[in-house]
Unconditional design. Structure first.
Length: 300
């Protein structure tokens, strides 16, 4: 019989807690668990994320103080996962109490929709918060806490709201569920099954260790994760000593896309930069091509 635990489930942007409460109930049907599924103010989810983080942090702090002996499990959908990353960043002292962290359809690398709506990062509502790249933070947390990320895909690279690529987290296990939309993943039987398997200790995938060139591409100013489906439209630009290659494609709207392909021709990464960063992309790629020992040294 599993030991009792606290389960926090958190909904995201433009949502209520109904689906996450249903998810929590299904997940804990055979367990002795105390469920916390905060319902954030719907209107506030359209504004900024900071007050939402404060709200969840306050509730979690009180709950953990009341139940000092119980371990913690966390499941966040979409922005709910981002909220919990920020809460955990504020409380590394909680990390030892967290048995599992599950991020369902969370744009950890930054939501492309958020960056489209706020390209200059001036703080246009919650768009700027959703477009932020939290991958380094998530990677540090996943190195200390058992973490699973789950992504859906309905159009060859996204769940209709966020890209598959934006959900990947270094050091975390990863589950890919084709055919599931962003909204459907809040309480879908496949999602429930994979979370329960993860909690049971089953290895769903090897922890993600990104190719060093992926890290370098992500560091280019303005780089945003893109659909893998457009890889087929790209043309080779440069091949490195290990056989990996960079491919380029410009969309009909003049948006520059870059892809990294393995030696076997599989797409390892897809990204794009807006008009403001086209020159940054060209300079950065020329610099990469000019480093003959690029793959022989660690890239942080």
């Amino acid at each position: 019989m599993p030991r009792p635990y606290l389960l926090f489930t958190q909904h995201g942007w433009a949502d209520t807690n109904q689906s996450m409460m249903a998810l929590a109930t299904a997940l804990t049907a055979k367990d002795e668990a105390q469920i916390m599924a905060p319902c954030l103010d719907y209107a506030m989810t359209w504004l900024r994320i900071a007050p939402l983080i404060d709200q969840v942090e306050t509730l979690a702090t009180a709950t953990l103080a009341q139940q000092p002996e119980l371990p913690l499990r966390i499941v966040g959908h979409s922005m709910g996962g981002l909220i919990w990353l920020e809460v955990l960043n504020r409380h590394p002292d909680w990390w030892d109490r967290v048995d599992f962290l599950v991020l369902v359809a969370s744009p950890v690398g930054g939501a492309d929709l958020g960056r489209i709506l706020d390209p200059l990062k001036v703080g246009l509502g919650v768009a700027a918060d959703l477009g932020k790249d939290r991958r380094p933070l998530a990677g540090r947390i996943a190195a200390a806490i058992n973490t699973l990320t789950i992504a859906g895909d309905i159009d060859g690279g996204s769940d209709g709201t966020i890209t598959v690529e934006s959900t990947r987290v270094p050091n975390a296990q990863f589950v890919y569920l084709p055919g599931l939309s962003h909204a459907a993943m809040r309480c879908h039987p496949q999602v429930i099954e994979h979370i329960q398997d993860f909690w049971a200790g089953k290895r769903l995938s090897e922890p993600l260790i990104p190719h060093p060139l992926v890290n370098r591409l992500r560091q280019i100013p303005g780089m945003t994760d893109a659909h893998l489906r457009d890889f087929a439209r790209s043309t080779p630009w440069h091949t490195f000593t290990d056989g990996t290659s960079i491919h380029l494609w410009r969309s009909p709207f003049g948006i520059d896309h870059v892809f990294l392909a393995s030696a076997q021709g599989d797409c390892l990464y897809a990204g794009y930069v807006g008009w403001l960063h086209g020159e940054d992309l060209r300079r950065s790629l020329d610099a990469l091509r000019g480093e003959p020992e690029l793959l022989e040294k660690p890239i942080l």
